[in-house]
Design a protein. Structure first.
Length: 134
């Protein structure tokens, strides 16, 4: 009898966690739709390249199509008085800490020392544009 109670409790816990995770991801996607507008306004561009990354990230969350390479968060921040995007996803790069792009999808080169501190600041102060991590 004790084993049945433990088994049922475990099933209830899993069901509960799955619903909470799904709701938080739905809220995240709604926030992303709002914030992609913010990105478009900051760059005065349609941001097709960023929308493509978000589409792949959503597919990766739903079906693991890209084997987790598009799991993570996209931040909007500024660097040298210009908007940039810090993409905290692997993007099939082989383990890069993050990717930094300007509005035109050009890579922002950071020195090693600069990258670590900038990344830490962005995680605290950057505006989240998209995340698929519950």
């Amino acid at each position: 009898m004790k084993q049945i109670i433990i088994f049922i409790s475990y099933l209830l816990l899993l069901t509960s966690c799955n619903k909470n995770s799904k709701m938080s991801l739905e809220k995240s996607e709604a926030l992303s739709l709002k914030n992609i507008t913010l990105a478009k306004e900051a760059c005065d561009s349609d941001m097709t390249w960023l929308s493509d990354i978000i589409t792949k990230a959503t597919e990766d969350r739903v079906s693991s199509k890209y084997l987790g390479a598009y799991r993570g968060t996209i931040f909007l921040t500024t660097y040298k008085n210009s908007p940039i995007f810090i993409i905290d996803m692997m993007l099939n790069s082989g383990g890069v800490m993050f990717h930094a792009f300007d509005c035109k999808h050009q890579v922002i080169p950071f020195t090693s020392d600069e990258a670590v501190s900038f990344y830490a600041e962005t995680k605290v102060d950057g505006k989240i544009i998209y995340t698929n991590i519950p």
